[in-house]
Design a protein around this ligand. Sequence first.
Ligand code: ASP
Length: 417
Amino acid sequence: MKLARHILIALILGAIVGLVMNFTIPSIFPYIDKYFFSPLGSIFINLIKMLVVPLVFFSIVLGTANIGDPKKLGKIGVRSVAFFLLTTAIAITIAIILASIIKPGMVGTFNTEGLSYESQKAPAVTDTLLGIIPTNPVAAFVEANMLQIIFFSVFIGIALAFLGERVKTVLKVIDEGNEIMMYLVTLVMKFAPYGTFGLIASAIGKQGFDAIKAMGLYMIVVILALIVHFILVYGGALKFMAKKDPIQFVKDFFPAMTIAFSTSSSSATLPVSMDIAQKKMGVPKSISSFVQPLGATVNMDGTAIMQGVATVFIAQVYDVNLTLTQLAIVVIIAVLASIGTAAVPGAGLIMLAMVLNAVSLPVEGIALIIGIDRILDMARTAVNVSGDAVCAVYVTHVEKIKDEEHIENDRSLPQAQ
Ligand code: ASP
């Protein structure tokens, strides 16, 4: 709790310092940023990123080996993916409804002449899905390809479970490797307040506030949709599907949310969010280590919300009426796009091009929102990582009930003589 308080203070201080410098010494700020704020932030991000790949590998191998039964693992996987897809579809729907009611693209004037946006090549969803099998696991580790690492680790875990006694030394090494990584997460987190301060001061100090003025209503709609989704969908899922107190969830998970907020990267937040889920929220290692890395890669409700609002916004600015069918296409494509979105800063914007293309909206419209996207990226990444944790808590609850039913059934069976 003390750490959470320190991170929060750092966040607020960073925002104030960045804001004040932005207004008072805008010409000197780039130097202060280059030699102080940015390096401070980078030290923290790099330290925590350093742990992601080994942590995900060790913990998934361990988790899979502990579950032992591939069928049970498959069920957990299917349940999680269903939860991810459903919540993402709801997220975009909320975004589209709010943007259609508030109409951020109809208020104010937006100059669309001469806008240009260089679309980057977005990976096709089919490629992402087919590419899950690593033909070269070492390359997967080197490139930090999360889906491939998950796939490979699950297989190693299954092998360990089946081979049992014969490979118990390897299992022990992996268990201890996992311990080491978890210890390092706690150690690196001690630097979190300083890193957060640097990251936020840098982001706010660099922000162009004229852009915010023009795009104010769009930003409000995105943030409103994020809040509505968080309260209704996550709050509802926790209370009714997982029988957990949503307020307690926020209290426990708060440090991870602030790290997501300051780093704008679900993947960099992974070590912290897994640590909290396992130590504070009663999620077993076997579930946390499987559901959360998977979620960090494929489940991005916050990103989907931005894409939903942005699509409606751009349609309004360009005076295009989207039909219901087109809106349904937006929902489907945005779900797919958020699966393919890399868990790094700004990735959601690249995938937005895919959504716009699907309904023939001008991709140049992205140029309107690019200036303020960094701030929204912070907020949506906090929602992205929360969704993964909510799913882990939900799956834990379902598995617990199933285990209890098993025990009950076993008890009610007539005892063999
Ligand atoms: N920054 C987001 C994440 O890592 C992805 C995005 O929406 O740009 O979760």
